[in-house]
Design a protein around this ligand. Structure first.
Ligand code: FAD
Length: 324
């Protein structure tokens, strides 16, 4: 494939893991073709080099204090400017709360096809076919987004990042960040940073999630303990979020976050379709539920029928031994 573009996201620690995975996938699909990355933010210029190590041939940087906080309008304008007249074949973006909106706005603006939430790809005779879950993960469809570029968002933990090669150099070019104020309809008044010590839910390789079967908010200490042992993030069902046991930021599902970790451990979660919508593309699912008929067991790779309050400490003990 001749020209693949990648929209990169950053965190205070650098390029996000999901961005590196998108770059890796772009590099793999491009073969001898060109991978161009776009970096928008404040103080992000230095990360262009890292993008080169991980597969970019060229990096356009919009590095401006005005881009410090994510403003959807700004990113739409800058991405359109970056892509204008390039005839790019594909634009890859890591799935995130921001790219959900950005990919849709760009697809509409560029009259391009959008394949969201992809978990796999296959190159067939010069065309890339993308695999994505549908019907809340009950089935998969294969799609080819039309347009120049066709736009694809990639779920974290499903694609391989390229190992850093410090010998790779990307050509770095600045992207003009000036936008007429009257073209911006959105203004960011305040951005509240998430606690920096926590593993972000959407990027976590392992998630330990709890539902109403945890019985009491205090029992989530057992989930947090296991999550700590596994360096995992904590997730929750909507039932416990609505009950005020856990913050909304931890909610997994249709009206919460979509996650696809390598390992998802669901404790005392029934497996309602709205919960499955957010986690069924996890690579390995372990369910702990005292009801052997609970729907979560239909999507689980491993099931433990038992009281989660008894099983969680045993799991923690066994994982501690394994990891010692
Ligand atoms: C429009 C809409 C959007 C929604 N969005 C979401 C969403 O984003 N995310 C989401 O999660 N839900 C969502 N829901 C709610 C969803 O339908 C379910 O109500 C919710 O997921 C149930 O949460 P739960 O599994 O924790 O609770 P329950 O359904 O009450 O299940 C509790 C489970 O725990 C088991 N259990 C009980 N005690 C124990 C024990 N001691 N040990 C082991 N197991 C035990 C029970 O057998 C049961 O299976 C949405 C609903 C609607 C209508």
């Amino acid at each position: 494939m001749a020209a693949i573009w990648v929209y990169l996201e950053t965190s205070p620690k650098g390029l996000t893991k999901a961005s590196l995975e998108a770059l890796g996938e772009a590099r793999r699909l491009a073969g001898e073709g060109r991978v161009t990355a776009v970096l928008i933010g404040s103080g992000v210029g230095a990360l262009a080099e890292t993008a080169g190590y991980h597969g970019a041939d060229a990096v356009l940087t919009a590095d401006d204090a005005a881009c410090a906080d994510f403003n959807l309008d700004v990113h739409v304008h800058l991405m359109r400017r970056a892509l204008d007249g390039t005839g790019a074949d594909l634009l890859l973006m890591p799935v995130s709360i921001h790219t959900r909106e950005l990919s849709a706005r760009l697809a509409a603006a560029l009259d391009a096809g959008l394949a969201p939430d992809c978990v796999g790809s296959e190159a067939v005779e010069g065309t890339v076919r993308w695999k994505r879950p549908i019907y809340a993960g009950k089935a998969f469809e294969t799609v080819v987004p039309a347009g120049n570029p066709g736009i694809v968002t990639l779920r974290p933990n499903n694609f391989e990042a390229m190992a850093a090669d410090a010998g790779r150099r990307a050509e770095v070019q600045p992207l003009d960040t000036a936008i007429d104020a009257d073209r911006l309809r959105l203004e960011v008044r305040e951005a509240v940073a998430a606690a920096a010590d926590k593993v972000p839910l959407t990027e976590a390789a392992i998630i330990v999630s709890g539902g109403r079967g945890m019985k009491d908010p205090a029992n989530f200490a057992l989930i947090e303990k296991l999550a700590g042992t596994l360096s995992a993030a904590v997730g929750a069902s909507r039932a416990v979020v609505d009950a005020g046991w856990r913050p909304h930021a931890e909610q997994v599902g249709q009206t919460g976050k979509t996650v696809s970790p390598v390992l998802y451990i669901a404790c005392g979660i029934s497996g309602a379709i709205q919960h499955l919508a957010g986690m069924s593309s996890s690579r390995t699912i372990v369910a702990v539920n005292k009801d052997p008929e609970a729907p979560i067991f239909k999507v689980a790779d491993y099931g433990i029928v038992g009281d989660t309050l008894e099983v969680l400490p045993l799991l923690d003990e066994e994982f501690k031994k394994l990891l010692a």
